[in-house]
Design a protein around this ligand. Sequence first.
Ligand code: M6R
Length: 594
Amino acid sequence: MCGIVGYIGKEPSKILINKLKKLEYRGYDSAGIAVGSVNNIRIFKAVGEIKNLEKTVVPAKDAAFGIGHTRWATHGKPDETNAHPHLSSDRKWIVVHNGIIENYAVLKEKLSGKGYAFYSETDTEVIAKLLEYYSGKTCGDLNIIAETLAALKGSFALGIINAEKDGIYFAKNKSPLFIARNGENVMLASDIICFKGFAEEYYALPDGVFGFADKNGIKFFDSIGETDIKPCILDLDEYDDLNKYKHFMLKEIYETKSAVKNILEYYSGINIDKVFSGCDFGKIKRIKFVGCGTAYHACLLGAIAVEEKTGIECGAFVASEFRYSDPKISEDTLVVLISQSGETADTLAALEQAKVKGAYTVAIVNVEYSTLKKGAHAYLPIKAGVEIAVASTKAFSAQLVVLEIFAEMLAEKFGIKHANFEGVRKLYENFDYGNVNSYKLLADALRYNDRLFMIGRGRDYCIAQEASLKIKETSYINSDTYYAGELKHGFLALIDEQTYVIVFATQKNVLQKTLCNAEEARARGAKIILFTCFDLDQSETENFYYVIKIKEIDGGLQNVLSIVPWQIIAYYTSVSKGINPDKPRNLAKSVTVE
Ligand code: M6R
C-alpha cells in the first residue's frame, strides 16, 4: 500500500499535494513531502489525510523538485515520526517508499553496530541509512543506489533525493511505479492516474529497474547497465468527479448498470479462441479461483457458476492461504485470479506460484495497466471503470457478470454448448436498484447494533459474506456469516432478543429450507430480516421483523441484484454513523503488501 509521487518542475509542493490526494486510496494515515532545490530541501509531514499535510506546507518560490508519500502504516504507528520521507543521519539522502523491506531488522542491527542511530520504527529509514553507508564505500550515486538495492529483500517502489543533486532517483521491485515526462517536467507515481492532464505517454517500470530523472530527461538502468523502456499510451476514463454524489461509494454503486452495459458491449464481439490462446482445454481437469476480500467472494460465486456450466471441479481460495498451502496445481489446472486493482500482493504471489507449477492463468481484473493483467496468460477485463472508494461495489458486481460470461465461454471451450450472453442482456434490461427508502430505514435500524448475523445457503451464503464485509468495513459493525443449515450446530447459542439475523433467500430450490432456519432463529427471540426475490404468503413472513423484496431474474445473475441493496444499506449505515464510507479507518484500497 502507500502511494509515492515525485515531481520535477515549477511549484512542486502544489503538484505533489494534488497528486497525493489522487493516491490517497492507497493509504491515508499520514503523509509527507520533501521539496526544494539543491542543498535547500524542506520536509513537511502530518498525521491523517492529505488535507492536513496541505495546511502545514509552506511553498518556496525557488523550489524545483520534490517527492511525496501517503502512508498505510506497516512498521510503526501512524505518527509524524514514522511518516515518510525518511532521512539519512547526514540528511543528504531522502527517501519515500511503498512496499516492505523484509530484511530490515537484520539491516538495522548491522547498521546500528556501525554507529547509525534510528529515529523511527519504519523499514524505510533503513534504506536512507544504507544509502549513507554505501556513500562511504563506493563512488557515484547510481553505484550507491545499486549497492543499496542489492542489500534489500522485499518489495519497494522508491523515490530518492540526494540533497546535493538536482533531480530524483527511483527504483522498483514488486510494488508499482510509473514515470512520465512533459518537456522539462517529470512525474513519478504509484499510479498512472496522476499523469492525467500531465502527459500522454508514460513508462511502466519493470521489477529490478532503477534510474534518475532531471529536467534533461529520464535514464533507466538494470543489473546489466543502462536500459531502454518503451513508453505506453495514457488511456484513462474520467473518474474523479463526484457529480451530484457526496461520496464515491454511492456514485460507484450507481455506476453498476453502466458497467453491465460496458461488459455486454465488450464481450458481445469477443473472439473466445483468441482470449484463451495457448490453453489446451483438453487437458484441464480442475479450475481454481483465487482472490482476496471482496474478490474472494467473487471467486466463491465464480466457482459455483463455472462448475454448474462445465461440470469441471472448481474451488475458491483466499490468496494469502493459497500461496503458502502448496496447492495441487499442474498443467491440468486453470487458475483464475480475480482482483479489482490487479496489484494485490497475495494475489500476485498466487499468480506466480500457479505459473511456476505449469497452470494456465486467467486474470479477471479491473485495472487494465495492472501487474496481474500483464502477468496472466489470458485476461478478462471487468469494465467497471475507475473505483475510488475503499469498499468495492461496482467492481464486485462487474466481476460477477464477467464470471457468468466466463462460465459460458468455458462451456463453449469444453464443447458443451455455444456461449450465450443473453442472461447479461436480461440483467441490463431488468437492472433495478430496488426500494432505496426501505434500505435507508433498515440502515437506521442497523446503526445501533454492534453485532449482526447473516445466513444463507449456496449462492446466498456467498452474497451474505460480501454483504457482511460491506457492513463491517464501512460501518464498523461486527457482522458474522453462517450457512443457514449450520445454525443448530452451534451458532444458535448466540441468539437472544437483541439479535438481528438477516436471512438471504433468493434460490427457489432451498427457499423452504432457509425459511425453516429463519424460524429456528426467530423461535429463540431473534429479529429476522428476510431478504428475498420471491412473493411469499403473508403467513410465511408475518413473524419477521422486516422483509426486503427485490426483483427476481433468472440464474446466477440474480446475485448482482442481491448485492446492490446491501451496498446501499452499508453506505447509509456508514453515513448515519458519521463515518466517511470512502475511507474507512485502518484500510486502503490497494493492498500491495502481504
Ligand atoms: O484489488 P483487489 O480486488 O485485489 O482487492 C482485494 C481486497 O483487498 C478488496 O476486495 C477489499 O476486501 C475491499 N476493501 C472490499 O471492499
